[in-house]
Ligand binder design. Structure first.
Ligand code: ADP
Length: 586
């Protein structure tokens, strides 16, 4: 995969063009209307030169013309100009509907794909990178489509109008136009490389600085605590100077290109003026025609030189398109079985000789893990750090699949189970409670939308948070700051337990937080946890003695196997691995 800011440069090839065309799939009708309205809205550009030429011819040769002709030309010119308001609106409606629609479809398809990619994929991929693909890359593609339209359609219409009108008037002038295209093309071509290079270096500097600013903001509390604010500011200044330098180079390259192309095109226009002027002097063409050809010539040259601005946007858009394809072509979609989970589940869970190895890990985490948990029982899983406890929970949630052996729930192999119906009866309290910015009500009812306030209050009572919630301004409608920063660790955990309780789950998976809680909070969390246990099958990775004691069954995991199991009393009496672990914790 590419790193951010390290995009591949690719030439615009046939496959790139095919990719761009694929974006318009299903939108060709809209594109047709957008082009049609553009051609009409842009009509003053081709009509006014003709009107101006006619009026000059009329006023310079009154003997052969009438004032009637003068007024007709003027009226036609005015009508063509006036229609621009309406047609510009129609064009924008058609074109904006088209590009915004493509943008929405792209993002929608990405979001859908991300929701179906495995949890493993998400664990491996930085969420910041995915965010940038969904937001920034799609925006780049949209800008590319806009730039292509805004450059190529005017170019095509200007050249067509100029060629048709000139061929009709005096085909001899056509060769001048034909000469203008390679001259403009060569000038653009000569500057393409330096402009692209300086654009790229500017963009890289910007991306580097953006990443550094993000990191700097995250580090503010640490930086402040260590008194390193000045050093950080100095480091940022260094990066900002890089942005300034590359921006300066970009400006000068653009300006040299602007000036050179202006001079080349003006000189060429002078040649055109000289040629048409000499024809007019000899009476071969009229003075009006000199103005007409000058106008058209100017339009062609401007349109061709506009192509240079297309390259950076086109290159960036194509890079973004391939970055988007990294998601769209990812094949790590979560496998899903066909058998719907019985409703309600009894909750009997069996691990039968389960083995699992992480794709990049040297050895297996679990090997021949066997455990039977009868419905409604609570099991505490203990063991040293890295023994594979969280991996067991991931297997049970269906995030990963065993390499050998099988896991059955109510006798159905989990790999054959339809995960949506299974997970609708599952509740998870993860180690790091994930709260989102919204109201307390939204956070508690996240997995049970539409639940009544009475039910929410009932759950709040069960976890002992009534006093706290009633004390909050707004009560249930109180807003949580980002990630629930305005709640303590213990409170956040109890909110997560409430979120699990409100679902009436058949199986609960609890990954106890390892962060130290004071003993009062620990007591409250333990009480809330006990509410969950006893009603349904409960699995918990336990770190606290208070919760271990209340579990029906304790399993000690070591070396990927069950090292010891039994009730708390049995294990303590046996004075084996559990006893040693417990003694170590005290
Ligand atoms: P525990 O919960 O008992 O502390 P885990 O199940 O989290 O243990 O991890 C067991 C082992 O698997 C550890 O050695 C850990 O480094 C490794 N591991 C965990 N997650 C991954 C992963 N996504 N990729 C590779 N190795 C992993």
């Amino acid at each position: 995969m590419m790193k951010d800011g390290e995009h591949r440069r690719r030439p615009v090839s046939m496959s790139s063009l095919r990719q761009i065309a694929a974006l318009y799939h299903g939108h060709w009708g809209q594109l047709f209307w957008a082009v049609l309205w553009f051609v009409i809205k842009h009509a003053p550009a081709y009509v006014t030169p003709v009107v101006t030429a006619n009026i000059i011819n009329i006023v310079t040769d009154p003997a052969h013309h009438t004032m009637g002709e003068f007024w007709i030309n003027l009226t036609v010119g005015c009508l063509f100009v006036a229609q621009n308001v309406l047609t510009a609106w129609l064009h924008t409606r058609a074109y904006s509907g088209l590009t915004r629609g493509i943008e929405m479809e792209l993002r929608g398809a990405m979001v859908d794909k991300l929701q179906h990619l495995s949890v493993q994929f998400h664990t491996r991929t930085q969420s910041g990178r995915l965010l940038s693909k969904v937001m920034r890359d799609v925006e780049n593609v949209e800008q590319m489509l806009r730039s292509c339209f805004g450059t190529l359609v005017p170019l095509a219409t200007s050249v067509t109008a100029a060629v048709v009108v000139t061929a009709f008037n005096d085909p001899r002038i056509l060769w001048l136009y034909l000469l203008a295209v390679p001259v403009a093309g060569c000038t653009v071509g000569a500057f393409r490389r330096p402009i692209r290079r300086s654009n790229r270096s500017f963009r890289r500097e910007m991306e580097k600085t953006q990443a550094a600013v993000g990191e700097m903001l995250e580090m503010v509390p640490v930086t402040r605590a260590y008194g390193l604010a000045d050093r950080e500011a100095e480091r940022m200044n260094h990066l900002l100077a890089g942005v300034k330098d590359s921006g300066f180079r970009l400006d000068t390259t653009n300006s040299v290109f602007g000036a050179t192309s202006w001079v080349v095109f003006q000189l060429f226009q002078m040649i055109c003026l000289g040629f048409t002027g000499s024809l007019a002097y000899r009476g071969i063409i009229s003075a009006g025609e000199v103005v007409l050809y000058q106008n058209y010539f100017g339009q062609i040259v401007t349109a061709v030189s506009g192509v240079v601005n297309l390259f950076p946007t086109l290159a960036r858009g194509l890079e973004s398109l391939s970055s988007i394809n990294e998601i769209m072509e990812a094949d790590e979609v979560e496998p899903n079985g066909q058998t719907p989970a019985p409703a309600p589940l009894r909750g009997e869970v069996c691990f039968e000789g389960v083995a699992y190895r992480y794709p990049d890990a040297p050895g297996p985490v679990l090997r021949d893990f066997t455990l039977r948990v009868p419905a409604g029982r609570s099991v505490a899983i203990v063991g040293p750090s890295g023994a594979g406890k969280s991996t067991l929970l991931s297997l049970l949630m269906g995030f990963i699949q065993p390499d050998a052996g099988r896991i059955t729930v109510d006798g159905i192999d989990l790999t054959e189970m339809e995960l949506k119906s299974y997970r609708s009866q599952l509740a998870v309290v993860p180690q790091n409670t994930i709260l989102f910015s919204g109201t307390l009500r939204d956070n508690i009812a996240y997995a049970a939308p539409g639940v009544s306030d009475e039910e929410i209050w009932r759950v709040i009572d069960q976890i002992g948070l009534r006093d706290l919630v009633e004390g909050l301004p707004g009560g249930l409608d109180a807003s949580l700051s980002e990630h629930g920063g305005n709640f303590s660790g213990g409170q956040r955990q109890r909110i997560a337990i409430a979120r699990a309780l409100i679902r009436h789950p058949r199986i609960v998976i609890l990954d106890e937080a390892t962060s130290a809680l004071d003993s009062a909070s620990e007591q409250l969390v333990a009480q809330a946890t006990q509410r969950l246990m006893g009603r349904c099958t409960t699995f918990m990775v336990a770190h606290r003695l208070s919760t271990i004691r209340s579990a029906d069954h304790i399993v000690v995991v070591e070396d990927g196997r069950v090292a010891e199991q039994g009730s708390y009393e049995e294990l303590m009496a046996r004075k084996g691995r559990f006893y040693q672990l417990k003694v170590l914790q005290q």
